[in-house]
Design a protein around this ligand. Structure first.
Ligand code: CDP
Ligand code: MG
Length: 134
């Protein structure tokens, strides 16, 4: 049991559909607390830096276009085992395989427009928090 911070993005497909509140309430009901939150128009440079582990993959350019097409909500959440807890709440990448009741099962459009991002490790949480809240 360790108190952690994690970076969550509510991605363009969810912001466009006005389901930000529904998504945040799921995290809050699971004991996660908002430390910081902002709405941001994402530059190409920021999207590319955020997703740099995927540079060169066939979906990279489409991923950057999607991430920059409209505003994103960036949130730092804090809570017990926040990093793995949030990944579980989000569900697997593709809504076709995401577990019932996860955010991606409930809200994602497809395996790209999948409503949320969350840090996947302690080191990525530290990197992403610095990147989005510098
Ligand atoms: O977001 P998550 O860490 O669960 O998945 P990822 O495999 O690290 O991929 C990052 C993001 O790239 C996904 O959430 C999708 O938005 C996008 N992606 C895509 O558009 N097409 C793929 N074949 C794989 C990922
Ligand atoms: Mg990932």
């Amino acid at each position: 049991m360790i108190i952690e911070k994690s970076l969550v993005l509510i991605k363009p497909d969810a912001v466009e559909r006005n389901i930000v509140g529904k998504i945040i309430s799921i995290y809050e009901s699971n004991g996660l607390t908002i430390l910081k939150m902002k709405k941001i128009a994402v530059s190409k440079e920021l999207a590319e830096e955020h997703y740099k582990e995927h540079v060169g993959k066939p979906f990279f350019n489409d991923l950057v276009s999607y991430t920059t097409r409209s505003d994103v909500i960036a949130i730092i959440f804090e809570g017990t085992n926040a990093i793995s807890k949030i990944r579980t709440i989000n569900g697997s990448r593709d809504p076709k395989t995401a577990s019932i009741g996860t955010i991606r099962n409930l809200f994602a459009i497809n395996g790209r427009e999948n409503s949320v991002h969350a840090s996947d490790s302690k080191s990525s949480a530290e990197r992403e928090i610095k990147l989005w809240f510098k």
